[in-house]
Ligand binder design. Sequence first.
Ligand SMILES: [Zn+2]
Ligand SMILES: [Zn+2]
Length: 296
Amino acid sequence: MKRTGIFFTYFQGERLKDFPGALEGLLDKPNVSYYDAVYGSRDGLFYLEPVAEHLLLKVHSKPMIESVKRTGDYQSALYSAGGTVQAAEEIHRGDIDNAFVFTAFGDHHAGRDFYHGMCYFNGAALAIAMLKEKGIKRFAIIDTDSHHGDGTRDIFRRDASVLHLCFCDQDYSDQYGKIDIKIPRRTSNEEYFAKMKQILIPRVEGFRPEYIFWEYGFDATKGEYGDKGINRDSHIKVAGLIKAAADEICKGRLIAILCGGSGRDTATYTIPRIISVFAELSDTFQLAECCQHITA
Ligand SMILES: [Zn+2]
Ligand SMILES: [Zn+2]
């Protein structure tokens, strides 16, 4: 059974109003650890740490950091990205195997010298900068948010140690391991899953990363602002595929980072189920029939 860390920060906004309550059923499991930015001193909980400024400077420019300071969201942004860095540290230390990181602001529209879409700092890039200092050499980032991960692409553009696989609105591929896979509007669940299984996962397997990051945006769900036509169960099926790949390739080292998506129902439905897939507790939440074979 895998040991899963949940890294939680508190937010404004509608989509995560049911959390952390919606995690009930997972938090008391012996292989699930909960890291909390506010209530970390309570029994059985761990503190979530903000990201350190010296690490920020390894990824983002000083003017960009100064500009985030002027938004009024700087402290929250430090905790938001800090969850991903801490998840990577805990996995590296061997305290957990995989993680789900809630973000207040994040992640993939934060580049070296720019940000937009409320993505102030790039948690995956910061975690990779930290892991590189510890001698880790190969990383894969899978981005299933509906939009192009332009910030992540900018940071790792010429860095062949990072495979960046992005489901978005274009097809692209270069010699540095930067790949976009176009997901048209009105993609069926079957087509979506087939692209993940037949195009994306073999790329990850061929690259042999030591860590896998998954930018989990659910804005491609039907009815969302990045609607590609897929249903919410597709995200859970994808979680099963990515986890199986991580287990096979890199001893299960996998960090999911919450990206875009606005629907409260979809967040409340998918996130606990994804975490239960990661922690191999799939009987905790009833899954729709379509994905039971994935998590069995
Ligand atoms: Zn998006
Ligand atoms: Zn892309």
